[in-house]
Design a protein around this ligand. Structure first.
Ligand SMILES: Cc1cc2nc3c(=O)[nH]c(=O)nc-3n(C[C@H](O)[C@H](O)[C@H](O)COP(=O)(O)OP(=O)(O)OC[C@H]3O[C@@H](n4cnc5c(N)ncnc54)[C@H](O)[C@@H]3O)c2cc1C
Length: 443
């Protein structure tokens, strides 16, 4: 092992992966985690139901194996990999549970998408002889509204983006949230052409999503075991407040924006701390004897008069959970800027959710168990310009380090959802990239 020592701040999936790759390269690694447990937004409950992240994309937008698929295989967990038993999801629009129209990218329809009964399509997606975008970032909602109309935003894009970010399409950056569409629109002359080009790239064979039998916490356990085998020291239960508190030859910051900003020099912190977060609540209900539709679950647009925004039928969607005696449904509430539902007590929230669920599914058996999980400030809201701000933050950090290479500040690199995207695969790739970048400085 080299005499060089690096500190990784944050024991979510990005920090764990960065620590793994650095330790594998031979440097001494310490991992500092603020809470008493590792995994961050990954947490499987004792009954096997996820209370945070549930699944990961199997492929990159270009069709290669995703960071998560690679990590699962590197850790020898390939035999636990499983995929959804169904792919059809529902959409609650106009008082009916309808099928989610195929042929959309995060709800943005391509030419093949049939939107009957879901949204009326405006016909303003004209080819003006130039690419739709010329480098500039835009809010997803603004772009889709201007070309395909407001209903497409409200009934499709918002619920799908809201399912991932708990955010509103009108406030979220296209470049940060649907990067492959952003890239396609630098050459495509219409929005629907851009969607078509992105969907073609994504359509490699094989399942879209995967998870692990035994739950995603088993990925965290396997990672932790590998880190300990490699001699990584793990410190639990104390947030790092200043880099001066731990001596190291370099640092990976893999924590959310606010705690990361507190560890960064002022000009970098300014760019990082502007990132805002949405809070979400998940209510998992056990419904003995319930006959659930043959769907993975359903999404609810904000204008349909319900307080729930999505439901996942865990016992239908995942074969390894289908044998459980009481079907499990996980319902999510909470959109960026709306805290009403989250302000309810657990009991009141459980009741409100069951009442909404019954409006969609019809009369339901009384729940035998209700579990409420609250994730305060959990989902980053990337505003337009986010990608550029993060690039500036990184170049400032690199310039600062290079300027005073011998005696100056120690190198600091950034990883995880505060910077590179929310999905598990993206956070894993971000942790790997941070490890490689820091490795360049800490040889
Ligand atoms: C409810 C929910 C459902 C989701 N579902 C999915 C899904 O199905 N699929 C998917 O791909 N993604 C999903 N995501 C997103 C994904 O889980 C996250 O984006 C990803 O796990 C973030 O990983 P991370 O390592 O960047 O950050 P985190 O998981 O947030 O980890 C950061 C860690 O840093 C620690 N920390 C904070 N401050 C400090 C400090 N000062 N010192 C030391 N440690 C500190 C925190 O305690 C935490 O452990 C979901 C997210 C949520 C909230």
């Amino acid at each position: 092992m080299s005499s060089r020592h690096v500190v990784v701040v944050g024991g979510g999936i990005a920090g764990l992966t960065a620590a793994l790759r650095l330790a594998e390269s031979g440097v001494r690694v310490s991992l500092i985690e603020a809470t008493a447990r590792l995994g961050g937004k990954i947490r499987t409950a004792d009954d096997g139901i996820e209370t945070g992240a549930e699944q990961f994309l199997m492929r990159t937008p270009d069709g290669g194996p995703s960071g998560a698929a690679r990590l699962v295989s590197d850790l020898g967990l390939g035999d636990r990999l499983t995929h959804p038993a169904l792919s059809a999801a529902g959409l609650w629009v106009g008082g009916r549970l309808q099928s989610m129209p195929p042929g959309t990218l995060m709800g943005v329809p391509g030419f093949s998408a049939a939107l009957d009964g879901v949204a009326t399509l405006a016909d303003d997606d004209r080819d003006l002889g130039v690419p739709v975008l010329a480098g500039q970032d835009v809010a997803v909602g603004e772009l889709v509204r201007s070309r395909l109309g407001g209903e497409v935003v409200e009934h499709l894009v918002d619920p799908l983006l809201g399912g991932v970010y708990a955010g509103q399409a009108d406030l979220l950056s296209l470049r940060a949230t649907i990067p492959n569409l952003y890239a396609a629109l630098q050459t495509a002359h219409t929005l629907r052409d851009g969607v078509g080009a992105s969907l073609v790239k994504r359509s490699a064979a094989g399942p879209v999503f995967g998870t692990l039998r035994g739950g995603l916490s088993s990925l965290v356990e396997a990672l932790t075991g590998r880190l300990l085998d490699l001699g990584v020291t793990i410190h639990y239960g104390k947030p790092l407040r200043s880099l001066d508190d731990v001596d190291a030859d370099g640092y990976v910051l893999a924590c959310p924006a606010k705690p990361a900003a507190a560890l960064l020099p002022a000009p970098v912190a300014e760019r990082v701390s502007v990132l805002d977060y949405a809070s979400v609540g998940l209510v998992t209900l056990r419904l003995p004897g319930a006959e659930l539709p043959q769907l993975t679950g359903f999404l609810v647009p904000a204008d349909q008069g319900l307080s729930i925004k999505a439901a996942t039928f865990f016992s239908r969607k995942w074969e390894h959970l289908s044998g459980q005696p009481e079907p499990a449904v996980r319902v999510s509430v909470g959109r960026y800027g709306e805290v009403g539902a989250l302000a309810l007590t657990d009991e009141a929230l459980g009741e409100a959710v069951q009442a909404d669920l019954a409006k969609v599914l019809g009369p339901l058996p009384a729940a035998s168990a209700v579990r409420v999980t609250r994730w305060g400030g959990a989902l980053p809201q990337y505003a337009p310009g986010h990608v550029e701000r993060v690039a500036e933050a990184r170049s400032l950090l690199e310039a600062e380090h290079r300027a005073g290479r011998e005696a100056g500040p120690k190198p600091v690199v950034l990883a995880g959802a505060a910077f590179d995207g929310v999905g598990l695969p993206v956070c894993i790739t971000s942790g790997e990239k941070a490890a490689a970048d820091l490795g360049e400085f800490v040889k």
